[in-house]
Each structure stands twice: as structure tokens, then as C-alpha cells.
Design a protein around this ligand. Sequence first.
Ligand code: SAJ
Length: 408
Amino acid sequence: MVNVIGLGYIGLPTALMMAAHGVKVVGTDYNPELVATLKSGKTTFKEDGLDELFADAVKGGIEFSTEYQVTDTYIVSVPTPYDKFSKKIDACYVISAVQSVMAVCPKGAVVVIESTVSPGTIDKFVRPAIEAKGFEIGKDIHLVHAPERIIPGNMIYELLHNNRTIGADDKVIGEKVKELYASFCQGEIVVTDIRTAEMTKVVENTFRAVNIAFANELAKICMHDDMDVYEIIKICNMHPRVNILQPGPGVGGHCISVDPWFLVGDYPGLTKVIGQAMAVNDSMPEFVLDRIHEIMIENHMSDLSRVGLYGLTYKENVDDCRESPTLQLLESQSRHLADPLKTYDPYVTEEMVEHQYYDFDEFIDSVDMVVVMVGHDEIKQNQHKLHGKIVLDTRKVCSPDIGKVYYI
Ligand code: SAJ
């Protein structure tokens, strides 16, 4: 039996996927409300295909509990926040989960860490936590790092099809864990050592962050000299060896906007490109704020309460608002002591910020200028309703034909 610890955005789909593929799974989370919701047959966040997968996992006998189980295999999938000032990882949840596993697990158990950790975290924090409980690693406990790779918005497909990395001290244990993941994963599964696995995960997200920063910097250059950054990127990407990502209002989510800082925090003198890239991405919400002011002046608008931000989540068609560019923008704006802008997001039904709307039409009626911060399908399909408004589209989802549309 596999005990999956932490039933959030990664732990839950992973537990469900294994259970739906014949593995006996108990999912454990320390939040009793979350466990009660899952036990009552409901999922805890929105994701394409998650409800269907949940039904299959229930048929496969999945159970949910607040208790750690006595078993031979644990998968730890808890959050790894970072300290905003030092830029270093805060491994407290991983350490506490591993300590709780140690309190119940039999000798010989395999502990797989799925949470993203900065290179060296397992050596620095996880091994000492295990040894402090009197266990000998490699004999009493086997350690594995299997970083997740799935993208919110397409998680279920990617869980099934992405290639994976398994880092293990002992190749035999690595192969055993590979077999477990192969119960559902149709991609290639590479077995390597733990430090390499830690590093690959952070490097993958850093590669994407640097590429997005490059696109954002191009957007600023093009804005400065009135060139169309989207057309330029489109043409450049027709070159067989060029693949530039898209500019936007900033980078959010709990991965791309966080993981590269682990490298900057640990190697401050060696991360010039990465550090600058992260600074460029972090500057984007302020850049959008400046664009809003410029466009307001150009259109003789002075009333900020007539400006609305469309989208609160960190990207399209997900309900996750962690580190979202819209929240970053509102925070910058609050430093200027201005009244917060109006906001609306079809995926955010609970109050999150001031002046939040819950109905698309009411939101549109209440403003003269709409700033598209997130390219949800809803806005793509309803862009005709923006007719007559001034639009700042930071995601290039609206056609210039709908009216007075600006891009970044
Ligand atoms: N973004 C842009 N321009 C782009 C692409 C993205 O501005 O061209 C923005 C998005 O709007 C969003 C942020 O970047 O605010 C991050 O979104 P994302 O879709 O690039 O990635 P995440 O954070 O949802 O998921 C990433 C993925 N990593 C890579 O693609 C290398 C995913 O595979 C990882 O599993 C995930 O991080 C994670 O958990 O680490």
C-alpha cells in the first residue's frame, strides 16, 4: 500500500492516478476539512478530468485520512515555500512530514519526496531528520526523490504522458519506485541519483522563467520603439532553432515564480542571468500599472474606479491564485495609496480582494477600461462584450477589431 502525504495540487492527482491504476492507496492530509470533503466524494480544486479520475480512484478503493499509515511506501507531496528575503527554501513541511512518517513506518520503508526542493535540501534537512530518529538510511529507510512535472490546466494528461525522473541512493530501490510510477506513467522514467533529480527539477522551471523573462524584456524594447512584439516572436519562432515564449503581465504560480530563486539564494555570485531574469519577470506588474496610467492619460480618463482587472488567477483556466500577477499588481498599487482597482475572475467565487465582482456582465458594466490579466476561455469567447471599452490586453487574446485595444 502507498501512503500519499499531502493532498494538494500534486498529491491529490498522484494519489488518485495510482488508485485508478490498481495500486492500493491511502491519501493523508493534516487538514481535517480537506479530508472530510474528499471523503464526502468531492474534489478540492478545479482541473480538467479530475472529477472523472476521482470516480475511478474511488472504484479502485482509495481511502483518505488525517492519520499517517503503517506501510512500506510513502510519497511526500507537501508545499515547499521560500523565504522572500533570503530567497531560500523553507523545508519545514517536508521535514515535519518525514518526521511523522518516521513515527509510524516499519524498517525497510521507502520514502519518496515528490515536493520540489532546492538542490541539496535532502542532504541538508531530510537525511538529518531521519537519522535523528535513529534510522540508518539505506538500511532502515530508503530515500527517493521523484519531482513532479505536471502543468496545472493539463495535469491529468501530463501525469499519464510526461517523462519522469527518479533520484535514488540505491539503484535497486530506484527501479522498484520506477515500477510503481510505471503503473500509470506512459512516459520514459529515468533513474538517477538524488542530487541530480533535485537539480533537474529546479533547472527545468528556471529554463522556462528565463525564456519568459526574455519575452518580457522584448515586450519592453518593442513598446519603447513602437514595434509589435507578438509579430516579432511569431516570425523568430519560425526559425528551426528559436522558441521564444510569450510576454505577459508577470509570472505567477508556485513553481516558475519561486523555484529559480532557490538557485539565486544558494549561489548568489553565480546566478547573474537567472537573478536578472527573475527581476525582469517581477517588474512586469509595475510595467502594466504604468501602461494603465499612460492609457488613461491618452484617453483623458482620471477615475481609477472605472478601471477593472479581468482575472485574479496566475494563469488561464485554473483556479489557483498563488503569486498571481494581478495580486502582485494590486500590492504595488496599494503602495501608491490609491484605491484598489475593480477585479473579476470566473474561477474565484470567494472574496479575495476589495472591489471584487462575481458576474462578468456586472463587472464590464461598472468600468470604462478593462485590463485583461488572464486569458481565460471566458474572455476569449465573450470578447465582443468589451465593445466600446478601452482594453489593455496583456495576454493578446482579444482581437483588435473589438474596439480600442492596447497590448503590452
Ligand atoms: N507565462 C508567461 N508566458 C508564457 C508562459 C507562461 O508569462 O509564455 C506565465 C503564466 O501566465 C504563469 C507563469 O508564467 O503566470 C507560469 O505558468 P506556466 O504555465 O509556465 O507554468 P506552471 O507554473 O503552471 O507549471 C510549471 C511547469 N514547468 C515547466 O513547464 C518547465 C510544470 O511542468 C511544472 O510541473 C510546474 O511548473 C511545477 O509544479 O513545478
